[in-house]
Design a protein around this ligand. Structure first.
Ligand SMILES: [Zn+2]
Length: 316
């Protein structure tokens, strides 16, 4: 039995969720704390979470890696995050600062890419898969052979900004009719325009009650998510698209509609029908710890992100 433990942290706009995994992927500890605002507070929160997780470990266990999933533009190679606007961070050397304080090898990854890695690991399926994050924005992570597939410049999976309606609503990226304008929580809230803490839930409730605007937006959500699934399968031929993110709290209410839309859109196309897209999506249960789990795997050889482990494999 290995005594090695890997810590994974999911740093979100409101909370830091942490998990400690043993070599078999069994959780030995978990915790969550509110996220502070700004670089210093984010680092303090990460270090606090690491200490709290270490305190939960049985005697004789030691932490061999710390992985951090964080929103924003992440330079994984240099362990740096840029433009994490939800955290008040413009630039932060996360991995270096965590490593300097703890003495433990540390890595950082974009939170959606980390979640994709975690979702693939938790499913235990080695076939190519994608994790579609329906949150305020829409983006996806692609995992092939258990590793995050970034593409040449790190853009792989950015399906949220694929235009599906050139006459549609203006997107934050400057284009019109991006997938994100149809099924992003932020775009839906703006189009709904009635405020509230849970605008997408309000839209679904109003649509159920027969409101025409809400019904149209619900259809947009379904069509946008279906377009993202179609793009991921056509471009990368992933076997499964796992749908998660903030909107997955409403999985029971949006999943059937996304499936039905995929079926309707395939009705006239023998080609699309043959892809069986409706059978290839899975709704992630709310609060599934995919991002923290994926972050914990960042330092492992199976994720292909640890230089020393890779050398051992090469020489073996
Ligand atoms: Zn866009």
């Amino acid at each position: 039995v290995s005594a090695a433990v890997r810590i994974g942290l999911d740093v979100g706009g409101t909370k830091i969720a942490g998990i400690a995994l043993d070599a078999d992927g069994v959780a030995l500890g978990n915790m969550r704390i509110p996220t502070g605002w700004g670089g210093t507070a984010v680092i303090d929160g990460i270090l606090h979470a690491v200490s709290a997780l270490q305190a939960q470990l049985p005697a004789g266990r030691s932490v061999i890696s710390i992985g951090v999933g964080i929103p924003g533009l992440v330079d994984a190679e240099h362990g740096r995050v840029l433009h994490a606007v939800n955290l008040g961070v413009e630039e932060l050397d996360v991995a270096t600062r965590v490593h300097e304080t703890t003495g433990i090898p540390s890595q950082v990854e974009n939170d959606v890419k980390a979640a994709a890695l975690g979702a693939a690991a938790l499913r235990g399926d080695t076939r190519p898969m994608a994790y579609l994050n329906l949150g305020t924005g829409v983006t996806a992570g692609i995992v092939i052979d258990g590793r995050i597939w970034r593409g040449a410049r790190g853009t792989a999976g950015e399906v949220g900004h694929l235009v599906v309606d050139p006459l549609g609503r203006v997107c934050g990226c400057g284009q019109r009719g991006c997938i994100e304008t149809l099924c992003g929580g932020g775009a839906l809230a703006r189009a709904w325009g009635r405020g509230g803490d849970l605008p997408v839930k309000d839209i679904l409730d109003a649509a159920d009650a027969g409101d025409a605007t809400a019904s149209a937006l619900r259809l947009d959500l379904q069509r946008g998510a279906a377009a993202a699934v179609r793009a991921l399968v056509l471009a990368a031929d992933v076997e499964t698209v796992v749908i998660g993110g903030g909107l997955s709290a409403l999985a029971d209410r949006i999943g059937p509609g996304i499936r039905a839309t995929l079926q309707e859109e395939a009705a006239a196309s023998p080609f699309l029908r043959s892809l069986r897209l409706d059978e290839r999506i899975e709704m992630l249960p709310a609060d599934s710890p995919v991002a923290a789990t994926g972050a914990a795997l960042l330092g492992s050889a199976s994720a292909g992100t640890d230089v020393r482990d890779k050398e051992i494999v090469t020489h073996g």
